[in-house]
Design a binder for this molecule. Structure first.
Ligand code: UDX
Ligand code: UDX
Length: 455
């Protein structure tokens, strides 16, 4: 039981397997992907994703008991446990377009496993999937070759980007869903034994496959719901001169509510929240639970409202026009400490500003390469600048879109001096010292707070 394979060397597969390799030296961990460039990057000093601590983690075991390869057939043949972490984006076509999960890569992977497997395998769903996907996977795997037994488990990953290594090392919980049969229980124990190398056993949670699949969607939906809740209140704060930070602190001190994930912002981004909620919505609709679907859909609607509201507020503050004005967008990553821009609210904000004919310049310490792809449709209407000071030169406004730590320690006097006046700051993350900025001369617009304006 010591050969582990992971199919999909992405944000989830790469870090998770690197952690398993480090914690389980007697296991041989192989990661395969269809993308040759990605596999090559994992073997180099320039990993395909940025994550604090990841380079060191990979280096510790690379080519000792952690291998990255393109050879999926050999990988499947040799493996005892196969994790599947290929991407499951929102469908863009046909039935369920814009809501349902696109499971084509998933199904293709299942067929590959079936084709190359010559001995019994434990197949682990690592990707986030609609409830009862394991059933479809089992049907594919069990069709045809009756000599090989496949046991499908659900083991969703809860790591957050930017803190992946920390989250993997010190997981709140590891969730393993399996069938209540003899082979099911045995497979669950085999997988639990991997995590038991470093996760305390009381944090290894065992459930049915369906509960496990649903728990991942539900966890992301509930987290996103907290953000939409606080963001909805931020709009009310702006109308009433209540302060969202004070409100969040007051409600978060109730132990039943808790203080985390109550930071009002320009909106949540990332590859998971929107995709998973839409998935949940689609599932509810499929089962005829229309009220439940509408309830969760509102979390996504509120998020878009928050992004749009941010731009509207910018335009209103800047004398109802941003046409021809240079606007420096600080941060395009969907959160700090990642180069990932998937579903980043900054992208929607940039597009809206360009629509208003603003001259947008984007700066970000880690995500400019992704930004160039995301904004390709805007051509030369958008510029990219590594150095935030250069991005701000001549700008009418700074829009803080990502809470990068370095943005807190910039020399705002220097930035102010180089900008057009009156100079504005729109802090979409409430991460700067607003009073200090106001004293420098900026007109400051936080989220869910009264603006500090000289005008
Ligand atoms: C993962 C999960 O798969 C997704 O369901 C979850 O909601 C978020 O985390 P992530 O690791 O972020 O996705 O995706 P990505 O970085 O896109 O990695 C997926 C990898 O799978 C890519 O490198 C892609 O090339 C690879 N892949 C895709 C295959 O190897 N084979 C395929 O058939 C399809
Ligand atoms: C999320 C889940 O946290 C993780 O458990 C799951 O496995 C994958 O999805 P991730 O998308 O990487 O992780 O980041 P997360 O830290 O959850 O942030 C998501 C978005 O919400 C970011 O855009 C972030 O800036 C925003 N956010 C978060 C807020 O706007 N306010 C908050 O209080 C917290």
């Amino acid at each position: 039981m010591n050969n582990i394979l992971c199919i999909g060397a992405g944000y989830v597969g790469g870090p998770t397997m690197a952690m398993i390799a480090k914690k389980c030296p007697e296991y041989r961990v192989t990661v395969v992907d269809i993308d040759a460039e990605r596999i090559h990057a994992w073997q180099s000093d320039r990993l395909p994703i940025y994550e604090p601590g990841l380079q060191e983690l990979v280096k510790a075991t690379l080519n000792k008991n952690l291998f990255f390869t393109l050879d999926i057939a050999k990988g499947i043949e040799e493996a005892d446990i196969i994790f599947v972490s290929v991407n499951t984006p929102t469908k863009t076509f046909g039935q369920g377009a814009g809501r349902a999960a696109d499971l084509q890569y998933w199904e293709k992977t299942a067929r590959q496993i079936k084709t190359y497997a010559k001995s019994d395998k434990i197949v682990v769903e690592k990707s986030t999937l609609p409830v009862r996907t394991a059933e479809a996977m089992e049907r594919i795997l069990k069709s045809g070759n009756p000599t090989v037994h496949f046991e499908v488990l659900s083991n969703p990953e809860f790591l957050a980007e930017g803190t992946a290594v920390k989250d993997l090392e010190n997981a709140d919980r590891v969730l393993i869903g399996g069938h209540d049969t003899e082979t099911g229980r045995k497979a669950v124990q085999a997988l639990a034994a991997v995590y038991a190398h470093w996760v305390p056993h009381e944090r290894i949670l065992m459930t049915s496959v369906w509960s496990s699949e649903l728990s991942k969607l539900a966890a992301n939906a509930v987290l996103a719901q907290r953000i939409s809740s606080i963001n909805s209140l931020s709009a009310l704060c702006e109308s009433t001169e209540a302060d969202i930070t004070e409100v969040a602190r007051a409600i978060g001190m109730d132990a039943r509510i808790g203080s985390r994930f109550l930071n009002a912002s320009v909106g949540f981004g990332g590859s998971c929240f929107k995709k998973d909620i839409l998935n949940l919505v689609y599932l509810c609709q499929h089962y005829g639970l229309n009220e439940v679907a509408a309830y969760w859909e509102q979390v996504v609607t509120m998020n878009q409202y928050q992004e749009d509201r941010f731009v509207e507020r910018m335009i209103a503050a800047m004398f109802n026009t941003v046409a021809g004005k240079r606007i420096a967008v600080f941060g395009i990553a969907f959160k700090a400490d990642t180069g990932d821009t998937r579903e980043s609210p900054a992208i929607r904000v940039c597009h809206a500003l360009i629509e208003e004919r603003a001259a947008v310049v984007i700066t970000d310490p880690k995500a400019l390469h992704n930004a160039r792809k995301d904004m390709a449709d805007c051509g030369d209407k958008v510029a990219y600048e590594e150095d935030p000071y250069r991005a701000a030169e001549g700008a009418h406004a700074l829009a803080i879109m990502t809470d990068w730590a370095e943005y807190k320690t910039l020399d705002y006097r220097r930035l102010y001096a180089s900008m057009s006046k009156p100079a504005f700051i729109f802090d979409g993350r409430n991460c700067l010292n607003h009073k200090e900025l106001f004293e420098i001369g900026f007109n400051v617009y936080p989220i869910g707070k009264k603006p500090l304006s000289h005008l």
